[in-house]
Each structure stands twice: as C-alpha cells, then as structure tokens.
Design a protein around this ligand. Structure first.
Ligand code: PLP
Length: 386
C-alpha cells in the first residue's frame, strides 16, 4: 500500500463544505437594511413561523445555538443541586454541560449496538428519586426508541428533552424528531443540514414550559410579554442569558429553510449511494454500515462505518488522509472524558459506548459532493479497509 505513488494534483475531498443556496446574498443585505439586526427581527419571525408550521408545534424559539437551546431546556427543569438527568454518553459535550450548568448531574447509560443511540432498556434501572429528566440524542438523525422512552418518562413523571441537533426533517413512525419529547433542540451550526453559521432553535412541545422559556431566552426578563402588551414594563424576573439569534443569522437561515426539500433530497441520495456501495464490504465483514430501524426516516445528516477494531479505524483514517480524503471520527464518549469524570456519573459498565465509538469513521458528506468524488471515497475506503 505505502508504495503506491500519490497521483499528481489530486483534488482534496473535504469532510464538509457548507451549502449556500444563493439567497443568503439576497436576504442578509435585506436584514441589514431592515435595521433590526438583533433578535426577533423580521427574518427570525419567518424562521420561527416556518418551524412552527412545518413541525406543527406550539412554539419554536430561535436561539444563537443548539447549545443555548439545551441550556434553556436544562434550566426549565428547575433542578435542585444534585438532581439527575439520564442521557447517552455518545454525544457532543454541550448536551451534558447544559445539565451541569443548571446544577444537575448527567447520568450516562449505555448505547445500543445498532444505532449508537441511548439503550432504552438500560434507562429504568438508572432512575433514582433524584432523576428529573431523560435527554436523548438521535444520532445521525436516526431516532431513539421513543415509544418506550416516552412510556418510561410518563411512568416516572420525567421530562424528555430531545437533542435533535442532527434531526431537522427526520421522523419516527411519521412523527418529526423534535416534536416527540416535552422539549427539543435543533442546531443550525455550519456542520448541520440547514445552517446559518451558528444558530439553533428550542422547540417547546409542552406549553407549560413556554412562559418561562421566553423569559430565560430574553436574559431573564419578561420582555416577550411586554411586546405582546401583557405587561406595561419589562424587568428582570428570573435567570436567563443572551440566547437570541441575530436577525443576520436568521436571514441566512431563511434562505436555507426555503430550500429544505431540495437540500434533504440531495443529502438522502448521497447517503443511499454510500449505503448501497458498502453493502459488499459489510457482507465480507470488512466493516459495518449504519442500521436504520423500522419506522425511522433520517435526513442524510452523516454517514459512518464501523471498523472491526479501533486500530483498524485509525489505520483507515490515516490511509484516507494519504489520499487527500478527509474522513474523521466522532464523539469521544463523555463518561471517559475529564469533564465527564468530574461532573457526571455512569450507570452500568457502558460496554458498547466503550467500544463502538472508537471503531467509527465518518466519511466526507456535503450537498455539493459529486458522484465522482463519492466514488473516489468509496474506492479508497475499500482499499484502506481490506
Ligand atoms: C452540533 C451538536 C450540538 C451543538 O450544536 P451548536 O448549535 O453548535 O451549539 C449539540 N448536540 C449535538 C448532538 C450536536 O450534534
């Protein structure tokens, strides 16, 4: 392998390349001319309304990141210090950090070997009198087993927060991800399917959280009520922070929302092309492809493969890099991190979470990826993994 000469002037295939529809260049100047570039300007209102109508939810609050949405959701739990939130260790740090900042303790349970989502059969044993919520992450926009999880939550009177950062336009038995739990969060970070640089939304599916969510998002003031004429002045009433999305970002995001069907179609096509191409390698047990359980419709957010060992994974990543193909690994399970040890605890041995994430590679995946680029990735993966 190492004796193979690298072809001259080989094009680098990046891991990600944010898609630009073109209308961002139209709407952002409009936002500037509107002279309302702070939160809840005209474009924020469009994005909010679009989300509420598309998802059929009571309220969508535009915020400056999914992290902010997770922080608001965690504050809405009104945790006493030491209260617990059960979650997956296989997620981005801010899922857990939001709980810690709100005074809670993340309690990690193991993940499922098929989807890498929280293992719903391990949740109930981790519940204690201090448990207040279950936070789920639908990895790669492939849904957690929400029927079971919602039933457990109901039985134990727990709030369910969906970290649906990956999930816009994905569904579970016909229900959009982000509309099933009491609260949910989306991300519009540069790396997600719909982007605006940095951005997010908090989806409030249970109305009892709405009034306080608005206050926390408005720096702890009752400004939203003031704008609606419900109070005659606004002031500091609760904790909160500067969580609003700038209307400049909303203008960018609006261009993306308008083209959502096209963006999702293309991404699903790319995903399926990988999935078809790697069937052979899975049959030969060279690697394992993603599993999409019945009832789960994803949005082509990301494509991953699981290699037989972590050593093999590192070898494959290295070989792809030699070919100027930027594949990457993903989350380091949080229970094994310094922060996880300091701020959280684990229930059970987390055997799956100690294994599969270290064998996973994510392949280049972006809207404008050509078939030729994708073929090069596919061929290089087969060469590297065999
Ligand atoms: C991207 C991501 C986040 C953070 O989103 P930001 O918008 O960057 O704050 C949180 N959770 C998950 C699962 C993510 O993938």
């Amino acid at each position: 392998m190492t004796t193979l000469a690298k072809p001259a002037l080989q094009e680098t295939i990046p891991f990600n390349a944010p898609y630009v529809t073109g209308n961002e260049f139209v709407y952002m100047p409009q936002a500037i001319n509107n002279k309302q570039t702070a939160g809840d300007g005209p474009f924020s209102k469009k994005c909010k309304q679009w989300l509420e109508e598309t998802l059929g939810v009571p309220s969508a609050l535009m915020v400056n990141s999914c992290t902010s949405a997770l922080e608001i959701a965690s504050l809405l739990l009104a945790l006493d210090p030491g209260d617990e939130v059960i979650m997956t260790p296989y997620t981005f740090v801010t899922t857990a950090n939001a709980v810690v900042k709100a005074g809670g303790v993340p309690v990690f349970v193991d993940i499922r070997p098929d989807t890498l989502n929280i293992d719903e059969t391990k949740i109930e044993a981790a519940i204690t009198p201090r448990t207040k919520a279950i936070m789920v992450v639908h990895y790669a926009a492939i849904a957690c087993e929400m029927t079971t999880i919602m039933a457990i939550a109901k039985k134990h009177n727990l709030v369910v927060i969906e970290d649906a950062a990956h999930c816009i336009n994905a569904s579970y038995f016909g229900q959009e991800l982000g509309t099933i739990g009491h609260l949910a969060t989306y991300s519009f970070h540069e790396t997600k399917n719909l982007t605006c640089g940095e951005g997010g939304a908090l989806i409030v599916n249970n109305k009892r959280f709405l009034a306080r969510a608005e206050i926390i998002r408005h720096s702890g003031t009752n400004r939203a009520q003031f704008f609606r004429g419900q109070v005659d002045k606004y002031s500091w009433v609760d904790i909160g922070s500067a969580y609003m999305m700038s209307d400049l970002n909303a203008a960018y995001l609006w261009a993306q929302m308008e083209q959502m069907p096209q963006i999702m179609d293309r991404r699903r096509q790319i995903w399926k092309r990988y999935q078809d191409a790697f069937l052979g390698g899975e049959m030969q047990e060279t690697f394992r492809r993603p599993v999409v359980p019945q009832g789960c419709e994803h949005n082509g957010h990301l494509y991953y493969l699981l290699l037989p060992t972590s050593e093999k994974r590192d070898e494959v990543l290295g070989k792809l890099k030699e070919q100027d193909i930027h594949a990457v690994f993903h989350y380091v399970p949080l229970h094994s991190s310094e922060g996880g040890k300091k701020f959280a605890r684990s229930h059970g041995d987390l055997a799956v979470a100690n294994d599969l994430p270290y064998r996973l590679i994510r392949l280049p995946f972006f809207y404008s990826m050509s078939n030729r680029q994708q073929d090069r990735v596919i061929e290089a993966v087969y060469q590297a993994a065999r």
